[in-house]
Design a protein around this ligand. Structure first.
Ligand code: ARG
Length: 462
């Protein structure tokens, strides 16, 4: 049995069992919320004094006490006590120890149920902001690479089969587009995070004459929540943040999958710098893309975090239940994982060499310009379905005779259709295929350059 007196100990005859204390405690992981918990308490005390719920004098003592606790935790001079249950109790107990009776007035018109929602909202506002910065940094890196590689032609794939030539820059910008939507989604998450929960108290609000707009102003929340039961019960904002983060991980994971394939000898499209690969303990020749593989693997963790939250919330009776404490570890894990992955991925891609010659050679193989030949015939008035059939037969002829579209003679082309003229030769060059696709969204050099310029101007503003 433990001896420590609990702030809620009044109605209890027996002390909490040590096993229960251990089991229910979250202090070992929620202690990282301390800056937000203290920031929230300072705002709350300021409002309480403004409303004359506590005296100015008490508020001054509370604020300076909280600030001194903050400093000590930051400096590493504060030892968290496992029997303190959670970060709220740890800070409040220490405050009372430092300033005495006035400290006991801080929790007026407040419950840990609205306090924890506040802490998590403040935490997420900061963390989502920093994830967005990581994403923008990656986007600028990719746009820079796209500019450098503007001449590099590579094969594009569907079904993992060579499909049509594209610019490597077009490929890179595809991810910049995906990350732009990720940034948008995270910003939308912030708009729903940015709502003051404080004042909801345990679930029904408080009878004390609080002014929630004051607290919102101090904490820079543009809105206050409109239903105290909803406020303490729901964690949809946590779920949607982890979902948005899961999508970022999914995008990274697909990028990594390509890099892993492309670094194989079979592809030979990229060389990831030695500094971002690892070796084998048995095979001396090996250079493995472990960073990319781990990002792909860590995507599974983040999906797991999302599933934990979704399962946690399902079927919970209204309003607050202690189950909700279990949202913290998956949330922290998702946030830490995505920041690590974005940071190392950005470094790794900056240190990756694209092998333009191999890409170009591969782009010309596998009849990747067959669609261009069909479109050539369409340009001469042949219906597309017929053109498709004709080029299909040409490909089959090439396969039988071990030829490529590029080295068929005009005579051979004309054996299939009289519309073929001398200009068919240039049609089958990969770079011409690329540059023919000059509509918005196409892979032509000018179109891609234009998108690069738009991104250069706008990434800071997305
Ligand atoms: N540690 C708790 C959580 O994360 C804080 C709220 C506790 N409230 C309570 N009534 N026990 O949800």
């Amino acid at each position: 049995m433990t001896t420590g007196k609990k702030p809620w100990g009044g109605r209890f005859q027996k002390p909490t069992a040590e096993s229960v204390e251990k089991f229910t405690s979250s202090i070992h992981y929620d202690q990282r919320l301390y800056p937000y918990d203290i920031e929230g308490s300072i705002a709350h005390a300021t409002m309480l004094a403004g409303q004359k719920i506590i005296s100015k004098n008490d508020a001054t003592k509370i604020v300076s006490g909280l600030k001194s606790i903050l400093k000590d935790i930051q400096k590493g001079n504060f030892k968290f006590d496992p029997s303190d249950e959670d970060i709220h109790m740890a800070v409040e107990k220490e405050l009372i120890r430092r300033i005495g009776e006035a400290g006991g007035k801080l929790h007026s018109a407040r419950s840990r149920n609205d306090q924890i929602v506040l802490d998590v909202r403040l935490f997420l506002r900061t963390e989502i902001g920093s994830i967005i910065s990581f994403l923008k940094n990656l986007q600028s890196t990719l746009v820079g690479l796209a500019k450098e590689e503007i001449k590099t032609v590579m094969p594009g794939y569907t079904h993992m089969q060579k499909a049509q030539p594209v610019l490597l820059s077009h490929y890179l910008l595809a991810f910049v587009e995906m990350f732009s939507r990720d940034v948008q989604r995270l910003n939308e998450c912030i708009s729903r995070i940015n709502i003051l929960p404080l004042g909801s108290a345990a679930l029904a609000g408080t009878g004390l004459p609080i002014n929630r707009n004051v607290t919102a102003g101090v904490l820079n929340f543009p809105a206050v929540s409109r239903n105290s039961m909803d406020t303490v019960a729901d964690r949809d904002f946590v779920a949607e943040c982890i979902f948005a983060v899961s999508l970022v991980m999914m995008h990274l994971s697909r990028f990594c999958e390509d890099l892993i394939l492309w670094s194989s000898e079979e592809f030979g499209f990229v060389e990831i710098s030695d500094a971002y690969t690892t070796g084998s303990s048995i095979m001396p020749q090996k250079k493995n893309p472990d960073v990319a593989e781990l990002i792909r693997g860590k995507t599974a963790r983040v999906y797991g975090d999302l599933l934990t939250i979704m399962t946690l919330l399902k079927g919970l009776p209204m309003t607050y239940n202690r189950d909700l404490q279990e949202d913290k570890e998956p949330l922290f894990d998702a946030v830490d994982t995505i920041k690590d992955c974005l940071s190392i991925f950005t470094e790794m891609i900056r240190n990756t060499k694209f092998k333009a010659e191999n890409m170009y050679r591969a782009a010309g193989k596998g009849f990747s310009t067959a669609t261009d030949v069909a479109e050539y015939l369409v340009g001469k008035g042949v219906p597309f379905r017929e053109a498709h059939e004709i080029v299909g037969r040409i490909v089959s002829y090439c396969l039988k005779n071990k030829k490529e579209l590029e080295n068929l003679t005009l005579k051979e082309y004309q054996n299939f259709n009289k519309c073929f003229k001398n200009d068919i030769k240039s049609i089958t060059k990969p770079e011409n295929s690329v540059n023919a696709r000059k509509h918005t969204g196409g892979t032509a050099t000018n179109t891609v350059m234009q998108r690069i310029r738009e991104f250069e101007k706008n990434i800071g503003k997305i």
